[in-house]
Design a protein around this ligand. Structure first.
Ligand SMILES: [Zn+2]
Ligand SMILES: [Zn+2]
Length: 379
């Protein structure tokens, strides 16, 4: 079957033939791939020639954001049947440590995990894939066409889950019991800044708004840009940060008091670090972007540590997601779409058939929000 990916020692993306996978264990599921979304990780694999191919292999299929349909199930599979729309999660656990043995491979302790299309494991830019039942999440039929966005939404969900878990250290944030961390409207009386208005920044903004958080979203684009116009549906306050210092950006968010949450979704290292000294008391800063360039900056380490300690601050990194984050994402996706005028549909700006993969990988720049490759379009 046709596959698209990288070849050892050769820069760029290519198509090649691979054998159709088969079920070899009773807990496995054969999935026919429908759509694959591209994101910064895919573009960076090509841009920086990051060839993380398994030893003994000379090729790796790319693509880690997918939707598909169950084709066949192993004898022990209980939760899925042929014809079910599904998404397959990205990371396979190492079968060694407790997080991986208990469906939390996103928090792996050994680093011996693999990742479809990113780290040692074939991705989804092909016709079929086989995965264990625990990594295959059923999608409601109505949501099948948007399911390709479940992975990026799950990344935003995990970042927000970290915020809720960690900030539960402050039992009473405001005087309203309806704004407790366990409630759906936990974000009432909270203020957040989302750094970056790319797909992840857009989704994080939408989820924070859904929870009632008063949000600001910053990027280096004019307000007239289509991507920023899309953001307007979430009623976030946009900050054009091109001519503003980190201090000025935070001050804009603090007009009503503290800035409780910073959600970094830009992967710009200097900006990310430069915001730390301006964090509010007892606030949290979650970083999700992975910088690729090496950047050196001058830092007053003593001042930084002093600020972090005396202000009770948390800076936390968040990467990957597990099936619970996918399930939460699938629950929130129809609500996002309804509340924010079809935001998820509007986010998919480009679609290409699999044979046009070179065009899809060349579709970058700020006007492209999410590019989707149709392996076999939904009918
Ligand atoms: Zn592990
Ligand atoms: Zn409140």
């Amino acid at each position: 079957m046709l596959a698209v990916g990288i070849i050892r020692g050769k820069k760029g993306v290519y198509d090649f033939e691979i054998p159709k996978p088969v079920i070899t264990r009773p807990d496995e599921v054969l999935v026919s791939v429908k759509e694959v979304g591209l994101d910064g990780t895919d573009f960076n694999i090509l841009r920086y020639n990051l060839q993380d191919i398994a030893e003994g292999r000379d090729k790796m299929v790319m693509g880690h954001e997918m939707s598909g349909v169950v084709e066949e199930v192993g004898k022990a599979v209980k939760s899925l049947s042929p014809g079910d729309p599904v998404v397959v999660t990205v990371r396979r656990g190492d079968d060694i440590d407790q997080p991986c043995l208990h469906n939390q491979s996103d928090m792996c302790l050994t680093g011996l995990f693999t990742e479809h299309g990113i780290h040692k494991l074939d991705g989804f830019l092909t016709e079929y894939t086989v995965a264990e039942e625990q990594y295959v999440v059923r999608v409601p039929q109505k949501l099948a066409r948007l399911a390709v966005l479940a992975e990026p939404v799950s990344i935003a969900e995990k970042g927000i889950q970290q915020i809720k878990h960690i900030q539960s250290r402050i039992h009473w944030y405001c005087g309203h019991s309806e704004h407790s961390w366990q409630s759906e409207q936990w974000g009432g009386c909270r203020v957040a800044l989302v750094v970056g208005a790319g797909p992840l920044g857009l989704l994080a903004t939408a989820l924070l708004r859904l929870a009632g958080v008063s949000t600001y979203t910053s990027d280096l684009l004019p307000e007239s840009h289509p991507r920023i116009k899309l953001l307007a549906d979430t009623q976030t306050h946009y900050i054009d940060a091109r001519k503003k210092t980190p201090k000025e950006v935070v001050q804009l968010c603090c007009t009503a008091g503290n800035l409780d949450i910073i959600f970094e979704a830009a992967g710009a290292a200097t900006t990310a670090v430069a915001l730390i000294p301006y964090m509010s008391r007892s606030s949290i800063y979650v970083m999700t972007g992975i910088p690729r360039e090496e950047l050196n900056m001058k830092l007053d380490a003593a001042k930084l540590v002093h600020h972090i300690v005396s202000y009770n601050q948390v800076v936390v990194g968040s990467v990957n997601s597990n099936r619970r984050h996918f399930e939460t994402a699938l629950k929130h996706m129809p609500v996002i779409n309804e509340r924010f005028d079809g935001l998820l549909d509007k986010m998919i700006t480009h679609r290409f058939p699999l044979t046009d993969y070179k065009k899809a990988f060349a579709t970058t720049g700020s006007s492209a929000i999410k590019t989707v490759i149709e392996v076999e379009p939904w009918d």
